[in-house]
Design a protein around this ligand. Structure first.
Ligand code: UDP
Ligand code: MG
Length: 132
């Protein structure tokens, strides 16, 4: 069975919508097989976001992602990597379709509530990174 790494970002927990987001994941039929809250450090975040660490928005993203706890999860299901990306919606909040998590909750691209792995290969790397 395919697995993906999902992370509810600090704004999801601060706004108290983590439960609603988890409900959407479960309603779709995916299984949450591991979950834990954690406080991200700058080092592991830079590893996780290596592909964008040199972008001008990175300092703002780092401040946000380390501003409070995240909820890290391993989610399992058929084709769950692609399926979760569709459920999440587009990265840019203004492009995220209604009915998607970001489309329904996000009003900012940095604070966009949820991370999901973008490939099966990256899912395994990210699961190892955050669940050892
Ligand atoms: N991000 C941002 N500004 C941008 C693009 C991305 O603040 O112009 C943040 C946003 O929180 C996004 C994260 O950086 O979720 C990672 O970017 P990526 O392109 O990997 O998007 P994702 O895979 O999360 O949709
Ligand atoms: Mg990404």
């Amino acid at each position: 069975m395919e697995r993906t790494y999902i992370m509810l970002k600090p704004d999801a927990l601060k706004r108290g919508v983590a439960g609603e987001i988890i409900s959407r994941i479960e309603r779709k039929g995916y299984k949450i097989v591991e979950a834990k809250t954690m406080q991200l450090g700058k080092e592991v975040l830079k590893e996780h976001y290596a592909h964008i660490a040199d972008k001008p928005f990175y300092p703002e993203l780092e401040a946000y992602m380390t501003s409070g706890p995240v909820l890290a999860m391993i989610v399992e299901g058929p084709d769950v990597v692609l399926g979760m990306r569709i459920l999440m919606g587009a990265t840019k909040f203004e492009e995220a379709a209604p009915g998607t998590i970001r489309g329904d909750y996000a009003f900012c691209t940095t604070e966009n509530l949820i991370h999901g792995s973008d490939s099966v290969e990256n899912a395994e790397i990210e699961i190892k990174r955050f669940f050892k």
